[in-house]
Design a protein around this ligand. Structure first.
Ligand code: MN3
Length: 198
């Protein structure tokens, strides 16, 4: 099944100064579109046509780097647009909050660990909250890699490629990560993914 670029789930200027319309115009319309276009070309003849996106990501990891990079980034960005919303951040839904406290100590400890993962990812990549063997974990990955290929389910990811923050934050990746966590995250979507995975 061919990859398709979805519409953003909100207006380009919906996140205001936290993530600008200019960033979305480049990030969604150009970067994500390129992963879709290149992924579709590389899917042809790969033997993975007709598989679900998740299975293409897992099936190409370690064997077909070109397809993997584009398919994984398509998967990551499909969720990334939904991991944010206007007036995001704030209270975490009860069941998710309970699991965070049980597995990671506290919401504050989770926030610190998530931001630190994003800050310490050298070069391009992602920081994650993932469900691994029934437990929440904070991880980081390089480039397009994600928890799917390490036996986990991604619940929340933040893109730390420079294309995600350089227009709005320049080199201040920590400020971008703090603002993402405090003002942009769509916790209801994170809670839904946890529910689906449990
Ligand atoms: Mn990106």
């Amino acid at each position: 099944m061919a990859f398709e670029l979805p519409e953003l789930p909100y207006a380009y200027d919906a996140l205001g100064d936290y993530m600008s319309a200019e960033t979305f115009e480049y990030h969604h319309d150009k970067h994500h579109q390129a992963y879709v276009t290149n992924g579709n070309k590389l899917l042809e003849g790969s033997g993975l046509e007709g598989k679900s996106l998740e299975d293409v990501v897992k099936g190409s990891f370690g064997t077909n780097a070109g397809l993997f990079n584009n398919a994984a980034q398509h998967y990551n960005h499909l969720h990334f647009w939904n991991w944010m919303k206007p007036n995001g951040g704030g209270a975490i839904p009860g069941e998710l909050e309970k699991r965070i406290i049980a597995d990671l100590g506290s919401v504050a400890a989770f926030r610190d660990a998530f931001i630190n993962a994003g800050m310490t990812q050298f070069g391009s990549g992602w920081a994650w909250l993932a469900l691994v063997d029934g437990k929440l974990e904070v991880t980081k990955t390089a480039n397009g890699e994600n928890p799917l290929v390490h036996g986990g389910t991604p619940l929340l990811g933040v893109d730390v490629w420079e294309h995600s923050y350089y227009i709005d934050y320049r080199n201040a990746r920590p400020k971008y990560l703090e603002t993402f966590f405090d003002n942009m995250v769509n916790w209801e979507y994170v809670a839904k993914l946890l529910d689906d995975a449990s």
